[in-house]
Design a protein. Sequence first.
Length: 569
Amino acid sequence: MFKGRSVTLDVIYRAVYETTTPTVNAGGAASGISGASSGSAAAGSAVTLDNAPFYYTSTIATPSVYKSGTFYFYDGILINGRYRMTVSADLCGKLPVGQNVTGWVPASFCGGSSASTENQKGGASKLDGQIGKEVESLTYVDNAADESDSIDLTLNAQDRKWLNGWMPDRGAVLYPRIIGRDWNRPGDSRLIECGLFVLDDVSYHDTPTTLQVGGVSKPSDTDFSELDQEAVWKNTSIRRIGESIAARHGLGFTYDADDYDIECDEQNEPDSSYYNQLCRNYGLILKIYAKRLWVYDREAYKAKKEVRTFDRKQIIRGSLNYSTTLSGTFTGGYFSYTDPDTDSDIICSVGGGKRTKSVNRRATSVHDASIQLCAEINNANHGMTKLRFSVDGDWTVSAGNNIRLTGYGNGPESGLNGKYFVDRVTHKLTRSGGFTTDFECSKVEKAFHYWEVGGTISYNEELGKSGEDYSNDYETTSPTANAASTAAGAEAGGAVTLNNAPFYCGSTDTNPSCYKSGTFYYYDGILTNGRYRMTNSAARCGKLPVGANVTGWVPAGSCNGGADKNTDG
């Protein structure tokens, strides 16, 4: 450890902040990012530089290098008169920032003015600018999935200015960075870009006089997570849906995964929860960073190389915790879905053993079902083995990276040793000089892949001869379905009392998934292979998506003595 090392905070506060806003083309997809600065820089747009100075940060006085050539605006956000630049349009907005940003370049070298730091919607407040010197402590949580990144600051509020006009406003924006100087040798600078955070929590304490503020990377200043949205997405893809949602809320968008077609899907919830679940259905992870939606494939990221190795002697004594469990994990699974458009059964399976996962939701093909089945199992198995530990402040590892642990066994994969995916990184810094980093990780296990899945799709030929045209575009039970219900001897929406009745995942499955008693309802009243689709609420009858509203298939013989035969022939 170099004795002269130091850690400081650079925290910019903006009472009102306008980040990059996607422009929308006629089709509704984000076609570009318009800059938030007076220079109107577009994230991803090219600029030709001629011997331009590149700085390590937006505030450092001396440039680290001079460069010429074609570069690209990383996010188009102007900070202290400088833009972040990168060498490739593919790296724009991509995380981690430190690995993809070449440096900060003054706006005057990019064909713009450096007179303004950020475009503000209103006039500057008394508290508007650098507040790093006021910060007593900082906790920055970097999450790879499920939760938004967060920041918590404790400010020294003994000066009465905090009560006389400097009280922070909810909805303001924090832009914190942790800076290390002379870390391992003189001139060795380090930087952690924490991102942009919307201030959502402010509390003042007297004696000692402190002000605590908290922010989240989730855009809590919009209805992204609050307002229910009703939409039917047709003939699109996961990527295009994400672009449209990001454009709706003025967010940037980065997609680092294979794209998957979405034939038809219904949304009746906030954009945040809907898009997060849609991504998870296909093994994708939605993360929000610096007011940008970032989608990536977690299993693909697990296949990447480790960014750092931690040996036992580097871990703070007493901080390591290791746990493993089989509960809620699976050695295989099967997928079953009946397509009401074609009256076809899609069935596929992977793996085996006694711990199998059953999945029943909409799929358009065996390939589509295979991807969703593997995603469901891999999501459940993630975190089978958990690891937590702390080290002295780390500058290298971000959530979403892989690390390797050594020193806890005789071989590279023995004992606790091995490769881990980083789920969460928590940086803690105090004014007294303490800087630590906590890691929460999941061991990288063998994943299931769609090409390992075996499956079939079978069509009901007799039903096809009836000439009935079934469509899944209805929101309530269609007249066609009602007509078929009458012919089959059951009425869509009709109640039936079941007594320990077997429920199947598909109309052709051999073994029931469970047995249930109580009042249930005919989903559409259509008898297929001697079974009806049942749901637990009359309000769900005929509602899409089918997989989210059907409880299961029940033999006609269990439905108050209905004829246990296929009446479609």
